[in-house]
Ligand binder design. Structure first.
Ligand SMILES: [Zn+2]
Length: 449
């Protein structure tokens, strides 16, 4: 249990912004809002969730457990004080100031109790209930997922009924096929996480058997354990069924105020097979531990729906290497194409990388470069677009429109800059990565020019 299970490194991390945490066994009334009854909590902007573990929850009684429906099940971490150090590994700053912070945090850790990991379950959340295996602090900071005033996944994917069915696909286990025509960019599937697990639980920070006890409790406590345990188990490294399900199907996500790394299991999404040039893509909703899946292009009835488990746009060798962790050899149409076609695609992908890098550099230096250099960069983008279309790299379109806009702005052509800035936003809105209402906020994008 040393490697990290993660499906997509490119996923936008799901950072849930949390309230200030309070000491584990106490509420500090100076920093906390009054206790608000659970049904009213979503109407308050100032709730102060408790950091509960099994001991404090038992002492307070079930009325304090909300929104959890079960008494937390907990275990001690193996080493005290590791948590802050782990977080530092993901820090982007490596300046001296940051090092000072680290020393301070480590000093504090000497006085704080050992970190615990607990199972937190709400068996009514989403489709079949949700269990989160994490620290009390992260569970407390994740309360945004219960905020119903935020856009809900179901509202964001109209007409999801009858769009797809899960069937047996010869030689590939289960798969998802379109039950009707699905239009490009239509969100046709909504799914909620059933299991979210701190990576450290699977990474050696708790005793192995204790980790398995937590994982088993997490699966058993959701209202439909079979949604979790019935998923494919393809890992030869796993020693426990729930660990196997996670290794075979989970996505990488971040949770809590510190954005700690977790695995998230979405049971319906997990049924979608991989394709290196997929016809669908997942969009994660940061505040609700939910995901919707949209079509990358029109999908016809009976067609298998696919997503990519790895970042798009990689050459065959890179893809094969990245897919090794799922222990399968990809036989998608691109990987099964003729040697000549694969070579042509690899050459195109390599060229796309070079051109994108060239454009990014030109955009970075747009205020110090000559007019001729900026115009050359615009030509490079014109050269790039047909290749992106050919490889279906639709997630790169908006970035390239924004680059055109920045280059025109630096050239003093504000009309063209505005036109392409708007196109960049339109693509993001069409693809569902920004809200429809934000389509009109081109002035916000242009402030960054
Ligand atoms: Zn493939």
């Amino acid at each position: 249990m040393t490697t990290i299970t993660s499906r997509l490194a490119i996923l936008p991390f799901l950072a849930l912004v949390g309230a200030t945490t309070v000491p584990v066994n106490d509420i500090d009334i100076r920093t906390c809002a009054p206790r608000i009854p659970a049904p009213l909590q979503r109407h308050s902007r100032f709730t102060c969730p408790l950091t509960l573990d099994d001991v404090s929850a038992q002492a307070r009684g079930p009325s304090s457990w909300s929104p959890w429906t079960h008494l937390p099940v907990c275990t001690e971490a193996k080493e005290p004080g590791f948590e802050k150090i782990e977080v530092k590994d993901h820090g982007e700053n490596d300046d001296g100031e940051d090092d000072d912070d680290e020393e301070e945090e480590q000093d504090e850790d000497e006085d704080t109790p050992q970190t615990r990991f607990c199972v937190y379950t709400n068996n009514r959340h989403g489709i079949g209930g949700l269990s989160i295996v994490t620290t009390p602090e992260t569970a407390s900071a994740s309360m945004g997922i219960w905020d119903e005033s935020l856009p809900q996944p179901l509202e964001m994917a109209a007409n999801t009924s009858l769009a797809y069915e899960i069937i047996d696909i010869p030689g590939r286990g289960k798969g998802v096929v379109a039950a009707r025509k699905i239009k490009q960019y239509e969100a046709f599937m909504v799914d909620y996480a059933a299991l979210v697990v701190d990576l450290r639980v699977a990474g050696g920070s708790v005793e192995r058997n204790e980790g398995y006890r937590l994982l088993q409790a997490a699966a058993d406590q959701v209202s439909d354990p079979q949604r979790v345990l019935g998923l494919a188990q393809t890992s030869t490294a796993a020693r426990h069924p729930v660990e196997n399900v996670l290794r075979s199907n989970a996505f990488h996500t971040a949770l809590g105020a510190e954005g700690d790394e977790h695995m998230a299991l979405f049971p319906d999404l997990a049924r979608i097979n991989h394709d290196c040039r997929p016809n669908a893509f997942p969009r994660f909703l940061p505040h609700s531990l939910a995901v919707n899946v949209a079509a990358a292009r029109d999908i016809v009835p009976g067609e298998e729906i696919t997503i990519s488990y790895i970042p798009l746009g990689q050459t065959r060798i890179a893809r094969q290497k990245a897919l090794l962790r799922w222990e399968f050899v990809c036989k998608c149409p691109l990987c099964a194409a003729s040697e000549a076609d694969i070579e042509a695609s690899d050459a195109r992908l390599t060229r796309i990388d070079e051109l994108r890098e060239k454009v990014a550099e030109a955009v970075d230096h747009r205020y110090s470069s000559t007019r001729a250099e900026k115009k050359a960069a615009l030509e490079t983008i014109r050269d790039l677009f047909p290749r992106l279309y050919e490889e279906d790299l639709f997630t790169a379109y908006s970035e390239q429109y924004a680059s055109i806009a920045r280059l025109y702005w630096a050239l003093g052509d504000h009309g063209q800059a505005q036109f392409y800035a708007q196109r960049s936003l339109d693509v993001l809105a069409d693809q569902g990565f920004i809200a429809e209402a934000d389509r009109d906020k081109v002035h916000l994008l242009m402030r960054t020019f």
